[in-house]
Design a protein around this ligand. Structure first.
Ligand SMILES: Cc1cc2nc3c(=O)[nH]c(=O)nc-3n(C[C@H](O)[C@H](O)[C@H](O)COP(=O)(O)O)c2cc1C
Length: 325
């Protein structure tokens, strides 16, 4: 299990326990002590199994847009179990959710020490790309390889999107960002290009308050903006209507744009389209024409609370190659 540690003493204790078991990598006492001291103030994850701390990872900010893996250590006897990969996945999730663009890591260049060759291969297998080698950054015997990874890829954003149902910070969402989100929605594919999905962006506090007042039980009470999703249920051809598929593609596009811009949201459809027809009350509040239905609302704002990925079935239970079994 990967745990996020907040307590400074616990961080120092775990970092010490693991780094002191890894003297092949962290043999210089002075720099080891520095890593341990620094870890107390850094975002920190530990992998725990049956009470044993197997490994840990800390991040540090090296620029407004960039995080660095400050230190990562996994006990030798726990290597090759996917622990480093899981620690990194948790750290990457965190960096993406905080809106960082890049993550970097430094290690000794390949071809100098066997142990570090394995480290280089590990970073490359995570998706890091070689940025530059700095021959004198540490010393001549230890040329420093910098690896970098862009966090703003579609695949990363997909992996770090989770439904957010907590409170929002009271910060206005710039209109440009709302336009980018709406544009992502209308850029989605649609059956026969019928473009059956429209959106209403709500950022006027008075209109927002009127919509929120229609939603009982309340959701997204503190959201500083909302996207209201509308569908026009027309046929694409003969009796085939793809309106549901069309608006689903538009909603997912918008959720991804929201996350990529550093905001959070949730696909609220069930809540507003139930027997109490909150969707119709919202439609009437917004003067939506009769041929359109309100089907979903997406709150938009910066998360004020922490949140986690929900548990999902394992990959192997849902993905097969070439045949079912
Ligand atoms: C069609 C649809 C309707 C949804 N309606 C609601 C809803 O009314 N309220 C809610 O809290 N979440 C709603 N969700 C969000 C799901 O609960 C959520 O996607 C699911 O639990 C998986 O979590 P994840 O989004 O974090 O991966 C809806 C999602 C979809 C696709």
């Amino acid at each position: 299990m990967i745990r996020f540690i907040k307590d400074a003493d616990e961080k120092r204790r775990i970092a010490r326990e693991i780094l002191e078991s890894l003297t092949d990598w962290f043999g210089i006492e002075e720099s080891r002590e520095q890593y341990i001291a620094d870890s107390a103030g850094q975002p920190f994850w530990v992998s725990v199994n049956e009470g044993i701390n197997e490994g840990f990872l800390c991040l540090k900010e090296t620029g407004k847009e960039t995080m660095e893996i400050a230190v990562m250590g996994v006990r030798s006897e726990c290597h090759r179990k996917g622990i480093g990969r899981r620690l990194f996945a948790a750290a990457k999730d965190y960096a993406v959710q905080k809106g960082y663009e890049f993550i970097q890591v430094k290690t000794v260049r390949s071809g100098v020490y066997e142990d570090y060759d394995i480290t280089n291969e590990f970073y490359k297998s995570l998706g890091f790309k070689e940025l530059e080698v700095l021959p004198d950054h540490w010393d001549e015997a230890n040329p420093c390889q910098i690896y970098v990874m862009s966090l703003k890829s579609a695949v990363n954003t997909i992996a770090t999107r989770h439904s957010y149902r907590g409170a929002f910070l009271q910060e206005t969402v710039p209109e440009e960002d709302l336009k980018t989100i709406a544009r992502a929605g209308i850029d989605a594919p649609s059956g026969c290009n019928k473009q059956t999905t429209d959106v209403i962006v709500v950022n006027d506090p008075e209109v927002l308050a009127r919509i929120k007042a229609q939603i009982d039980p309340p959701i997204a009470r503190t959201a500083p903006a909302m996207i209201v999703v509308l569908t026009r249920r027309i046929n694409a051809y003969r009796d085939r209507c793809f309106a549901v598929q069309d608006y689903s593609a538009a909603i997912e596009n918008m959720l991804l744009a929201i996350v990529e811009l550093g905001y959070q949201s949730c696909w609220y459809e069930g809540h507003i389209t139930d027997d109490d027809r909150i969707c119709d009350k919202i439609a009437s509040e917004l003067n939506v024409p009769e041929e359109y239905d309100v089907v979903c609302i997406l709150p938009v704002g910066k998360a004020a609370d922490e949140f986690h990925a929900p548990s999902k079935k394992p990959f192997s239970e849902r993905v097969r190659f070439n045949r079912w079994g």
